[in-house]
Design a protein. Structure first.
Length: 327
């Protein structure tokens, strides 16, 4: 039900390239870092649960680490210290510090100096490090620290573009009142699930939910209370289906859910969970008494999506009319 993120923070960018990121621009930035520091190696390193991957390596013969190399997460490297603390790290002479005795960058590759700063995703989670390394001892002054911070800002500006794009995307497909998919978002995700079911020969069900006599709720209690009813129904739907199912608000007081069916009576069970959730919410006294009419159909994977929606909508109307006739 949740929207997929534009950026996957636990996947290596090199394995999951994003059109919004210019690797070529990042390469120039890392090359500039190494040049300005007159250093044999500069890097942009990404951290995930799989370890540390060199996303960008400065293009010099003296640099032993090419882009793409992955270092295991438990290895005692400089970048790991930054990721763990979220703070800058400057080591001018690593061989004399016992804490780096097991660092392969020092004792296998011969690096002596390291200066690195943390890089963050737009959601605040650590992306990794931006760093420069030297085979000799260094004595970087504050000007150099300011320089690497400014170059880091260039990289984070690109990452922040992903955050802005994600926010725009969410606004386009999310219902602002209920926080679930709007009609467009539901349609896009539902069509993806239907195509997947067609490939895997899975079984899906579609539910169409409509609040009974919603106009009278607004008339008697006001639109603010009506909004609370819609939000409660949206929350109830989220709690009544699996996390991988797709729900949405089609507009007004009409909601839909596309669910995976594993057993023949799954749709009836979901209906019961929805109605029980509504009853529980009303019993708390925070909401006026309300009910819904629900139509459901088993998805015929040969039909187009709009036809499926129409079938579920008609089934819901039949049930609603049946309620009115019995009242």
């Amino acid at each position: 039900m949740t929207h997929s993120s534009v950026f996957e923070t636990d996947k290596f960018l090199l394995d999951n390239p994003n059109d919004l990121i210019s690797i070529e621009k990042w390469q120039k930035t890392v090359n500039l870092l190494a040049k300005l520091f007159d250093a044999p190696a500069g890097f942009l390193v990404q951290h995930t649960s799989s370890g540390f991957q060199v996303t960008i390596a400065s293009e010099q013969a003296s640099n032993p680490y090419p882009a793409g190399v992955v270092i295991e997460p438990e290895v005692n490297i400089f970048c790991r210290k930054i990721v763990e603390t979220g703070e800058e790290l400057y080591v001018s002479n690593a061989p004399i510090d016992p804490c780096w005795d097991t660092n392969p960058e020092v004792h296998n590759d011969g690096f002596t100096s390291y200066l690195g700063v943390p890089v963050f995703w737009p959601n605040g989670k650590g992306f990794g490090t931006f760093c420069v390394m030297d085979y000799k001892q260094t004595d970087y002054q504050e000007t150099y620290l300011e320089l690497i911070r400014h170059l880091k800002d260039i990289l984070e500006a690109d990452l922040s573009m992903l955050g802005v794009y994600e926010q725009m995307q969410k606004l386009a497909i999310t219902d602002p009142l209920c926080g679930i998919n709007n009609r467009r978002g539901f349609s896009v995700l539902a069509e993806q699930r239907i195509r997947l079911a067609q490939r895997t020969q899975g079984h899906l069900g579609l539910l169409y939910i409509d609040v009974d006599d919603f106009k009278s709720i607004n008339d008697r209690h006001g639109h603010n209370v009506g909004d609370e009813v819609l939000q409660h129904l949206a929350n109830t739907l989220e709690e009544s289906v699996r996390h991988t199912d797709v729900i949405g608000r089609m507009g007004g007081d009409e909601f839909v859910a596309l669910v995976v069916m594993e057993q023949e009576d799954d749709l009836n069970k979901i209906e019961l969970r929805i109605t029980d959730g509504i009853t529980s919410g009303v019993a708390c006294g925070a909401l006026p008494e309300y009910s819904v009419s629900i139509g459901h159909v088993k998805v015929d994977l040969r039909l187009d999506f709009m036809s499926l929606l129409d079938s579920a909508d008609k089934e819901m109307l039949i049930r609603k009319l049946g309620k009115l006739a019995g009242s």
